[in-house]
Write a protein that binds this ligand. Sequence first.
Ligand SMILES: *Cc1c(COP(=O)(O)O)cnc(C)c1O
Length: 481
Amino acid sequence: MASWDNFCVNPVSKSDLYRKLPSVDEFVRGAQLQAAIARDGRAAVTAAARAVLERARLEIGRGGLDQDAIDLLVADLAHAVECELRTSIGYSLRPVINATGVILHTNLGRAPLARSAIENIAHTAAGYSNLEFDLDSGERGKRDAHVDRLFRQLFQEGPGSISTIVVNNNAAAVWLALNTLAAGGEVIVSRGELVEIGGSFRIPDVMQQSNAILREVGTTNRTRIGDYEQAISDKTRVLLRVHRSNFEITGFTEQPALEELVALARARDIPLVEDLGSGAILDLRSVGIAGETGVGESLRTGVDVVTYSGDKLLGGPQAGMLTGRADLIRRMRRNSLFRALRVDKLTYSALEATLLAYVKGEHDAIPALSMMRLSKDAIEARATRVSGHLQASGIKVEAIDGESLIGGGAAPSATLPTHLLTVTVNGLSAEQLQVRLRALELPIIARVQEGRVVLDLRTVPAEQDDALVRGLKEAAGTVRD
Ligand SMILES: *Cc1c(COP(=O)(O)O)cnc(C)c1O
């Protein structure tokens, strides 16, 4: 009888197997885990031990472990707990090497901060600061004073007074502008600018949440100044211009010049708000990118309020700026929800340091800008060195010309010429290599193009070239030491 034979061959019941596992208490009291407890604390080790034993029990329950496998597992339990601890109390948010060539990569944290910004965070965050304290008068101060003075230096040109307030991100800035200036009234926008950014920021939705009524004019591809003019009524509170951050409309198109919108807004005494999104402070023509209006340019043209992000082309921390006519900005600061959107001292520390770099003309101190300013030759020189190291350890590398992307909703077609390395490893598909690169202690994020992993050193800081080589060798399985 087959069933009887089976029973004889495998006489150990599941409950015998379960009994081989120690209890959580017994295990945690054991000598093997004392070093881990001293290092990581009893609570964390107990939780890890519980998780490991729970997994072992599940495995026994599924019939996946026989007696020998259980013996091996029990002998190795302490090691399993160490592995569990590494993920459970290790950082989840960690650095990666961005070899994609997308400078403002939204999924990879957008703009890396300037060294001075990081130092200033450490400097002010460890103790108390004058965040809302006026050291001259000894009275309560305003937190925006710290950066408003620098924005003024960067943008103040004409006679009218310009000021800036800072909120959590540009989405919040757009909401605050519309809610303050247009709640209960109408906002006129071109149908060609009803954008969606990153799946959750949609102009019509933000408009609805701000209690303003969207008044669409024109068509997807053509809107004329006359369309705005005809839509203006006594309900109109704002003319809104939105930057087409992540798409372009080409072909039979028309959009009024910013000057025309300014003239119309002035003539009818209606504020013109521009959601610039990316918000360049440095003129991008200096790196060969045309057609991207900067914040200063919009203000000089006469836009009343400009909104833009801190961590896109500005190259600073996540934040949303509202810069413009002082009387309008004052109204926004008085909005009762401003407090819910304001930023903390860490953001101000980083933002102030970043703005100081602009004021001093130290553009290369801002990583996003220095990456944009990097020449193709400089990238090629580093790529040649990296390529040499990789080839020496048996990885196939080929150099090709390509393009880096600005990203972050800046200039959708703005690309910079670059020098790429394509990498192939025998016995590994591009996707398999990509998975291994992501699994490294310092993960490497790279693109795959035509079946090959592609590296763009434009977004890799030169100090990380060696770490990149080490990571690639490890992923390719060619590490010898
Ligand atoms: C990026 C972008 C936003 C959203 O900015 P966040 O800082 O990500 O909130 C809004 N409008 C435009 C035009 C953008 O490009």
